[in-house]
Design a protein around this ligand. Structure first.
Ligand SMILES: [Fe+2]
Length: 180
């Protein structure tokens, strides 16, 4: 229920930041799904949807904005995926609380709808985790050649130092002979 959890309010902004195609498509699909969820919930309640302030989500949003300011452009997707994961977990916790209340009150219709929303949020979290794993692996693979180059340059440096030591020994061995 976006009116309570607030996660989907910031999705359009997040979508505009994202560089990865699979991540952008997943966010766009989740946004339209979330809007449909809100409509179903309010239809069930017979009320008009209205925005509601959520302090928890405002905290997540403020944290994300600070992280974006401090992050280089090529790491924005990783930061956005972290924000999406935290938001989905927050929404899952909110839905779990609501479904417990609906169950305790014996409201079968609300329970069914909340279960369906909870399932969609858990699916969204699995998608975020899957994309985050792929992007982390891709970043690690991109960094790998640099690490290899670094290791090679250390090895080259060791070879050069060993060669210098060898030639110094040779020179050192020749000095006494010449001195004699
Ligand atoms: Fe969500």
């Amino acid at each position: 229920m976006s009116g309570q959890s607030g996660g989907e309010e910031a999705l359009p902004k997040l979508i505009s930041e994202v560089q990865d195609d699979e991540f952008r498509t997943a966010l766009e699909q989740h946004l339209s799904q979330a809007r449909a969820e809100v409509e179903r919930v309010f239809e069930l309640l017979g009320e008009e949807p209205s925005a509601e302030r959520c302090l928890g989500f405002e905290g997540l949003k403020a944290e994300h904005e600070k992280m974006v300011e401090e992050t280089s452009d090529d790491l924005i997707d990783a930061v956005d995926l972290g924000a999406a994961g935290r938001t989905e977990n927050y929404e899952i916790a909110a839905y779990e609380g609501l479904r417990r209340m609906a169950k305790a009150m014996g409201d079968e219709e609300a329970l069914e709808l909340l279960d369906s929303n909870l399932k969609e949020e858990k699916e969204a979290l699995r998608t975020v985790d899957k994309i985050a794993t792929r992007i982390s692996n891709e970043s690690a693979n991109k960094a790998q050649p640099d690490r290899d180059r670094g290791a090679q340059s250390i090895a080259d440096g060791n070879d050069r130092r060993a060669a210098r030591r060898g030639s110094q020994r040779e020179r050192g061995a020749s000095f006494p002979r010449r001195a004699v």
